[in-house]
Design a protein around this ligand. Structure first.
Ligand SMILES: NC(=O)c1ccc[n+]([C@@H]2O[C@H](COP(=O)([O-])OP(=O)(O)OC[C@H]3O[C@@H](n4cnc5c(N)ncnc54)[C@H](OP(=O)(O)O)[C@@H]3O)[C@@H](O)[C@H]2O)c1
Length: 207
């Protein structure tokens, strides 16, 4: 049975920088509880979390990774440290929000960055997404100009892609599924500055 038929999923955001906070605000705006973790003692960012909303639960990385759905909102270089938090990610869905800016393809074994990150989270289902919007845009209410701001999603697991698509809708976004990590993931992968010029737009879908 899928998670949605069984119980309400639990959520965590790893990283509480510009993107982690923007995602946290989306959860708070929609009244969905979410754990947040960094490398620091949760007390150190508790007031910043409380300022965003009462549904934010500052916690440790070890506690946060107990969630069903985990947003990876750390710098690309930090993803292996997060991956080490669990021996297996079986049963977890990881939403990879990282952008591998300035990382040469040979450092990722020639793989799309999303596939490279997926490899580190052994057993987990990885969905690439929410990574094309600058933090200042992601931070805003996605209901704009009578439409909803778009997020692109890519995954090799159709169930996980659908699960994160439904969550994106609950967060007020309009999800667009791009297919697998190698195809869809590459479409929204950071590649130098030209990628930013092409896709760092405040895309809105009207439907
Ligand atoms: N900024 C943007 O506009 C933007 C847009 C799209 C995508 N992205 C991508 O989103 C990711 C985050 O970007 P950002 O701008 O939010 O970065 P940031 O402001 O530097 O925040 C990174 C966060 O990750 C935490 N962190 C680092 N290592 C960690 C670990 N091992 N375990 C737990 N937490 C850890 C940091 O906390 P401490 O170091 O305090 O522990 C910090 O809260 C990056 O991959 C970036 O490429 C950014």
């Amino acid at each position: 049975m899928s998670r949605s038929e069984n119980k309400v999923a639990s959520y965590a955001i790893i990283g509480f920088g510009s993107i982690g906070k923007a995602l946290a605000r989306a959860f708070a705006r929609n009244g969905i509880d979410v754990s947040v973790a960094t490398t620091h003692d949760p007390e150190s960012f508790a007031s910043a979390a409380a300022a965003i909303g009462p549904g934010l639960i500052p916690t440790t990385l070890a506690e946060a990774v107990k969630a069903d759905i985990i947003f990876l909102a750390v710098r690309f270089e930090s993803h292996p440290d997060v991956a080490k938090a669990l021996p297996t990610w079986l049963g977890k869905t990881i939403v990879d929000v990282t952008n591998a800016y300035g990382v040469p393809p040979e450092k990722m074994g020639g793989m799309p960055s999303a596939r490279f990150v997926a490899q580190a989270f052994t057993g987990g289902k990885l969905v690439k997404g929410f990574n094309h919007l600058g933090a200042a845009i992601l931070d805003q209410d996605p209901a704009v100009h009578g439409g909803r701001r778009v997020v692109f999603l890519a995954s090799d697991d159709d169930g996980a892609a659908a699960e994160i698509g439904a969550l994106a809708e609950n967060l007020g976004f309009s999800p667009i599924q791009l297919g697998g990590l190698s195809e869809g993931g590459l479409l929204v992968q950071a590649r130098g500055n030209s990628w930013g010029q092409l896709i760092f737009k405040d895309l809105v879908r009207f439907d």
